[in-house]
Design a protein around this ligand. Sequence first.
Ligand code: ASP
Ligand code: MG
Length: 445
Amino acid sequence: MIVMKFGGSSVADAACMGQVEALVRAALPQAPLVVLSAMGKTTNALFEAARTAEAGDLPGALAVQRRIMAAHRRAAGELFSGAVPEGLDTALTEHFGELELLLRGVALLRELSPRSMDAIASLGERLSTRIFAERLGAAWVDARMVLRTDATFGEAVPEPESIRGLAARLLAPLLGEGRVVVTQGYIGATEDGLTTTLGRGGSDFSAALFGAALGAREVQIWTDVEGVLTCDPRIVPEALPIPELSFAEAAELAAFGAKVLHPATIQPAVEARIPVTVRHTQRPAGRFTTISSEVRTGRPITALASRGPVTVLTVSSSRMLAQSGFLARLFEVFGRRGVSVDLVATAEVSVSLTVEADVPLKPLLQELTAFATVEASEGRAIIAAVGERLKSTPGLGARLLTALGDINVEMISMGANEINLSLVVRADQADEALRRLHRVLTEAA
Ligand code: ASP
Ligand code: MG
């Protein structure tokens, strides 16, 4: 079997759902389990309704609820050319009633616990899957019967062992060639049956969990890009889809805020050695990215990403010369203050490191200057060149630095896993640096 996950933008309206229907029908021989997000921005609207109710504005909350209702009724109406099957119509009415009750409760108490929020948020996925399953004549499974989690509402932790058992019992018998099963992303339930969610954007995580539990051949993440790109296309228009990406590369890129799946969300699939593909719903025959545990082909630089602004701290001490314990003392200060350090580069008498731009500098510097000289350079950015083959490509570093030309590099760091070469430049030069480095990426064979 395969898992096909469609995000909110893929099921935003009736036309989008029609497109998804065609994709699922084409995949029938592969025994698909379809995992859907809520339609478009429904989850945002549910949060808005809940917060409005919490503020005591029940009419406002119910107005949002009616907006949600109208969008779903419209989609259902269009998908069934006005003749919405009675069963679906009843189900939708029940869901809207449940939402209204929850909102009234929240407004009455002016209290919105994470537990209540999850109950409200779950309606987005429950609604979208109802409509879609009916349209396909597919089996509809309530993910809360299978996706067992702990009780950390709003960010529940899944319990893979239980999920495997429940999936084998409740999902596997429904799956098969020529058939479709539709279920929800994002939502789950505790052992006691309390509704939970995996956190915003959690549908990818659900897809990976279902895939791992069922031993899927592939987990397909259908979205609105042709896979993961070599760079942010808003900065580098020539950015290209990456055919193959390793899990480690995806993790590095995600840490730089690249628009890739959050690696934690696909970890269950990767651990089970199930390839995860990222595909474009509107261009199914186009390019896509396969993320797997290991990748041995491809370019020396797989992708580029940047993050900023950051602050570079250069800490020097003449006493550091031939001394031990200096780094321990230095990092103890950061540790105690809860300041996370990103890149580190050491020289004989100094250490350079980067911290987030919003770190309160004053008290930190005060403490550090007690035993060292500190220089702070604000408004810097980290550029990362990521690739499994970086370390085995001679001369690449030189080519990157040459390509940067007159852009000054203030710090260089090769990640311990040797797949991330990070450079620090002035933040206002970061975009141009990415454009120049991207030329090396496309040239380097
Ligand atoms: N519908 C949820 C959200 O918007 C989950 C998801 O789309 O992945 O956060
Ligand atoms: Mg989403």
